[in-house]
Design a binder for this molecule. Structure first.
Ligand code: ADP
Ligand code: MG
Length: 316
C-alpha cells in the first residue's frame, strides 16, 4: 500500500433533509488517481469539496499525509489544489497575467513566477494564447488555463471536478494525457466524473457512488472482472440458426444458454472462458454446415458494473 495522502472516515453532509454524502470512508495513496464515479446528484462534488476543504462536513474525520488534520490547516491547504468546473481565473487578464497573478498570490518571487508561468504555458500547449485575454479562449483552453492556475503552487494533491465535461474528443484526449502526466510527476489526483470511459482510462481505482454512498472502490479492471457480468459472443452465420445447432452448443458447453436471433448465434459466457468458447463454438458451427460471416465479442464495461451493483443505469 503506498503512503497515504488522504484518509477519510464516515464523512457525512446533508443539505436540510437531503443527505448528499452518507457516512463515506475512503483513502487515497500517493501517486494514485482515484475517481468518484456516479450519476448527477450522487454526491461526488459534495464529497470532493469536503475532502479538499471547500466545505465542512456535518461530521467525519480526515487525515492528510498521515496526520489527522483539517484541509483548511495552512500546511495541508498549500499542498492541495482545486480545479473547479467553472473558470476560476480573471477573464480580462491574459493567460500570462493570470498565471503571474496566481504565482504572486502563492508568494512566488518575480523570476520564479515567470519561470513557472513559462513552464505551464508550454506544458499545457497554451503558447499561442499567452497574450490573449482569457475570455477569448475556447471552452477547452479555458479548462487548461484553470488547470495551469491551480498548478502554480506545485500541489501534491490535485482535485479535478468533472474535468472533461463538454469538451470535444481531441481536447478531452489532451486533458487525459495531462492528467496522467500529473500522476507521473508523483502527484495524487482525486477526480469526479460521470463518464465511464474517463474512469476506465484514467483511474487506478474507482469509487462507485450513488445516493450519497460509495458501494465499492476497486480498480476498473477488477470491477469489470468481479461485477461486469458475462461476455456476450455473437456469431453471424450464413443462414438461420436451427434448433439442432442450439442443442449441440448446449451439449458441448453445459451451463451456457445459447440463443438465436435470425442468423446470429448469441452466447453469454464467463469472461475467463471467452477465448476457449470462441474456438470451440467456431469449430462446432462449421462442422454443422454453417459458415461464420463475422463475430462480435461484447466485453462487459463499467456501465454494466454500475448497473449490476446499484440496480440502476448510469443515465445522466
Ligand atoms: N448547495 C446545495 N444546496 C442544497 N442541496 C445541494 C447543494 N449541493 C448539492 N446539493 C444536493 O446534494 C446532492 C448531491 O449533489 P452533488 O454533490 O452536486 O452531486 P454530483 O456532483 O454527484 O452531481 C444532490 O441531491 C444535490 O441536489
Ligand atoms: Mg458534480
Amino acid at each position: 500500500m503506498p503512503e497515504s495522502v488522504l484518509a477519510a472516515t464516515e464523512i457525512h453532509k446533508a443539505y436540510g433533509d437531503q443527505i448528499a454524502v452518507n457516512r463515506v470512508s475512503l483513502s487515497i495513496g500517493k501517486g494514485e488517481i482515484l475517481g468518484l464515479l456516479g450519476p448527477n446528484g450522487a454526491g461526488k462534488t459534495t464529497l470532493a469539496r469536503v475532502l479538499v476543504g471547500l466545505l465542512d462536513p456535518d461530521f467525519g474525520k480526515m487525515s492528510y499525509f498521515g496526520r489527522e488534520a483539517s484541509p483548511r490547516q495552512k500546511n495541508v491547504k498549500r499542498q492541495i489544489s482545486i480545479v473547479p468546473q467553472e473558470p476560476s481565473f480573471y477573464m480580462t487578464f491574459t493567460v500570462e497575467q493570470n498565471l503571474l497573478f496566481f504565482a504572486s498570490i502563492y508568494g512566488l518571487g518575480r523570476s520564479e513566477a515567470r519561470e513557472k508561468a513559462d513552464y505551464l504555458i508550454k506544458w499545457l500547449k497554451l503558447t499561442g494564447f499567452r497574450h490573449k485575454r482569457a475570455e477569448l479562449l475556447s471552452g477547452g483552453y479555458k479548462r487548461l488555463l484553470n488547470i495551469a492556475c491551480s498548478l502554480v503552487n506545485d500541489p501534491k494533491l490535485v482535485f479535478l471536478d468533472e474535468p472533461t465535461v463538454g469538451l470535444d474528443p481531441k481536447m478531452r484526449q489532451l486533458l487525459w494525457d495531462k492528467i496522467i502526466e500529473l500522476k507521473n510527476q508523483g502527484r495524487t489526483i482525486l477526480l469526479t466524473t460521470h463518464y465511464m470511459d474517463e474512469a476506465e482510462k484514467l483511474c487506478d481505482r474507482v469509487a462507485l457512488m450513488s445516493d450519497g454512498r460509495i458501494s465499492v472502490i476497486e480498480s476498473p479492471y477488477r470491477l469489470i472482472e468481479k461485477f461486469g457480468g458475462e461476455t456476450i459472443l455473437i456469431f453471424k452465420l450464413d443462414k438461420s440458426v436451427d434448433q439442432e445447432l442450439i442443442e449441440k452448443v448446449q451439449q458441448a458447453m453445459p451451463g451456457i444458454t445459447p440463443r438465436s436471433v435470425q442468423s446470429n448465434l448469441v452466447l453469454p459466457v464467463k469472461q475467463a472462458d471467452s477465448t476457449k468458447a470462441i474456438v470451440k463454438i467456431s469449430k462446432l458451427v462449421e462442422e454443422s454446415g454453417y459458415k461464420i460471416l463475422g463475430s462480435i465479442v461484447k466485453e462487459p464495461e463499467l456501465e454494466d458494473v454500475f448497473l449490476n451493483i446499484t440496480g440502476s443505469a448510469m443515465g445522466v
